[in-house]
Ligand binder design. Structure first.
Ligand code: SF4
Length: 246
């Protein structure tokens, strides 16, 4: 297939601009995917734990996508727009772009089809890089990548468990349930900090970094000891995340 020679090799240097007209049409009938970092930021804005947030504001309480009202509106769409705008998820920041990451870490951007009656204006006035900066996307992209790569490692480990002739058939199910429980950031951090006698960090970025380390160590311990269900107390944080002793 011929390559698109009109697009620069560095995806973020592609000419792009978008001005939202606040017509609000783009916040209906959309799958607004979430990762634990986004859940944590939204939960803090709403004033609840990540556990409560997942149960009350995400589809099937799974923490993977925002709920919608009966009209198809995002649960956070107010009469004048997004009521969680400072903490809106990455997909909302990127729209009408979509971001894809390959297994080898290369990113690319796709142009989504806006709502047919959208009043937003597309242009080539800037670059994708500038658009990402305007949208404050950097910490969200970093977090999305961190969870994506963890997810890839977890899937690989799960598949190995499923094909291991010496593993019990229920091991894979237990491992999935165990990892799912740890994806609730407040649960994972509370369990880890309680059992290690340290105060949970308050800063969201620090909590996110600790969360990734808890998840990583969970996989590592599971793999090295052949244990599918590892309690957060057995997981040790790396040294670059600062948590104060209680
Ligand atoms: S989080 Fe905000 S910007 Fe995103 S779909 Fe919901 S209302 Fe729209």
């Amino acid at each position: 297939m011929p390559s698109d020679t009109s697009r620069p090799e560095e995806p973020r240097q592609e000419a792009f601009g978008y001005t939202c007209a606040l017509c609000l049409r783009c916040c209906y009938h959309k799958h607004i995917q979430l990762n634990p970092y986004e859940v944590a930021r939204l939960a803090r804005q709403v004033g609840v734990s990540t556990t409560v947030f997942r149960a009350e504001f995400t589809q099937e309480g799974a923490g993977k996508a925002l709920s919608q009202t009966e009209t198809g509106a995002c649960v956070f769409l107010g009469p004048e727009g997004c009521i969680v705008h400072p903490n809106r998820p990455l997909v909302c920041r990127l729209y009408p772009l979509g971001r894809e990451v390959s297994n080898n870490g290369e990113e690319s951007y796709v142009h989504l089809t806006p709502h047919p009656q959208s009043e937003g204006t597309l242009s080539k006035a800037g670059t994708i890089a500038r658009y990402l900066e305007e949208q404050g996307a950097a910490p969200f992209i970093q977090a999305a990548d961190a969870y994506f790569y963890w997810h890839c490692r977890a899937i690989g480990q799960l598949q190995a468990l499923k094909t291991d002739p010496e593993a019990d058939a229920s091991d894979a199910e237990v491992a999935t349930a165990s990892a799912f429980r740890l994806l609730d950031m407040d649960v994972a951090i509370a369990g880890y900090c309680k059992d290690h006698g340290i105060a949970p960090p308050d800063d969201i970025e620090t909590r996110h970094a600790l969360h990734i380390q808890i998840l990583d160590r969970h996989l590592m311990i599971s793999a090295s000891e052949g244990i599918a269900d590892v309690h957060p107390a057995h997981v040790h944080a790396d040294r670059d995340v600062q948590v104060e002793p209680r």
